[in-house]
Write a protein that binds this ligand. Structure first.
Ligand code: ADP
Ligand code: MG
Length: 277
C-alpha cells in the first residue's frame, strides 16, 4: 500500500508551477500629480488586495484614476502616500514580474511578430536558440505560429494584441495588468480575445487586473469587479462573481443582469440623466 502511494503519480496541483502567485497589496495609496494650479489628486486613498491567481476587473468613469493605479502597480508611478507590495516585497519600479498590456498594441513596427516577442525575453540573456524557441511557443499559445515572420502592419488589430499578450506571457509574469486592452477591437474579435485571455490566464495562473469601461466585459470575465467613483477615484463597490464561465447574461438563475444594472446606476446615476434632459 505504502509503495503504491509512493509511486503514484503526483497530483498536478502540488506542482510548484501550478501554484497561483502574485499577491498584490495596495495599502492606503494616494497618488497626486503636479497640476498647473497645484497638486491634483489622481487616486484617492485606496486599499485593496489582489489575491494570487484571481481575475479582477476595474471599472469606473474616465479620468477616475484607473490607469494611474495600474501604473503604480507596474512600478511606473510612485505613490504620494501609502505602499504597494508584490508577494510581500515593496514595488520599487518596473520588473519582469509585472506585465502590462495597453490598448495600443505597443509593438515595434520594424520587428516581426517573433522578434517582438523575443524583445521581451532579452532581459534574461538566454541562448539564442532557447530565446527563439520560447518566443515561438508563446506565439503558438495565442494561435499565431504561422504568422511569426509577419510585421505588425501585416496583422489585424486582434492579431497585434495577441502578439502583445504572447510577449508579456513569454516572460512569465506573476501579475498581468491590462489597460482597456480590447477597446479598439470590434465586438466579434473581442469575444475571441476574451476566450483566449481566459485560457492563458487559467494556464499561467497569474493575477490579472483588467481595466475596462465596458460593464459587460467586466462581468463576463472576472472573479472580482471593483467599481471606482468619479475623479478623484476610490473603490466604491466590490462584487465577487462565482458564476461558471463561459458566462451569459441570459442564463437563468444568473444574477449578472441585476449586477449590471447596479453598476450602471453607480456609474451613471439616473439623477444625472434627468438633470441633463
Ligand atoms: P483613467 O485611466 O481612469 O481614465 P487616469 O488614471 O488616466 O484616469 O487619470 C486620472 C487623473 O490623473 C486625470 O485627471 C489625469 O488627467 C491625471 N493624470 C494622470 N497622469 C498624470 C500625469 N502624469 N501628470 C498629471 N496628471 C495626470
Ligand atoms: Mg485610463
Amino acid at each position: 500500500m505504502a509503495d503504491d502511494l509512493l509511486t503514484a503519480p503526483r497530483n498536478g496541483a502540488t506542482d510548484e508551477t501550478d501554484t497561483p502567485k502574485g499577491r498584490v497589496e495596495i495599502d492606503d495609496v494616494v497618488i497626486r500629480f503636479k497640476g498647473r494650479h497645484g497638486p491634483v489628486t489622481a487616486l484617492s486613498r485606496t486599499s485593496h488586495v489582489l489575491e494570487p491567481g484571481t481575475f479582477t476587473a476595474l471599472i469606473g468613469p474616465s479620468g477616475c484614476g484607473k490607469s494611474t493605479l495600474m501604473n503604480a502597480i507596474a512600478g511606473f508611478v510612485t505613490p504620494s502616500e501609502g505602499s504597494l507590495r508584490l508577494d510581500g516585497r515593496p514595488i520599487a519600479g518596473p520588473s519582469p514580474e509585472v506585465g502590462v498590456i495597453f490598448q495600443q498594441y505597443a509593438l515595434f513596427p520594424w520587428f516581426t511578430a517573433l522578434d517582438n516577442v523575443r524583445y521581451g525575453l532579452k532581459q534574461f540573456g538566454l541562448p539564442r536558440r532557447e530565446e527563439i524557441d520560447r518566443a515561438r511557443a508563446a506565439l503558438a499559445e495565442v494561435g499565431l505560429e504561422a504568422h511569426a515572420d509577419k510585421y505588425p502592419q501585416q496583422l489585424s488589430g486582434g492579431m497585434k494584441q495577441r502578439v502583445a499578450i504572447a510577449r508579456t506571457f513569454a516572460v512569465g509574469p506573476k501579475v498581468l495588468l491590462l489597460d482597456e486592452p480590447f477597446g479598439a477591437l470590434d465586438a466579434q474579435t473581442r469575444l475571441v480575445m476574451h476566450e483566449l485571455l481566459l485560457n492563458i490566464w487559467r494556464k499561467h495562473r497569474a493575477t490579472v487586473l483588467f481595466v475596462t469601461h465596458d460593464v459587460d466585459e467586466a462581468l463576463l470575465l472576472s472573479d472580482h469587479v471593483q467599481v471606482m467613483s468619479q475623479a478623484p477615484g476610490r473603490l466604491i463597490r466590490h462584487y465577487h462573481l462565482t458564476q461558471q464561465r463561459p458566462r451569459a447574461f441570459s442564463r437563468s438563475g444568473s444574477d449578472l443582469l441585476e449586477i449590471r444594472d447596479e453598476i450602471l446606476e453607480l456609474l451613471h446615476p439616473k439623477t444625472d440623466l434627468a438633470d441633463s434632459l
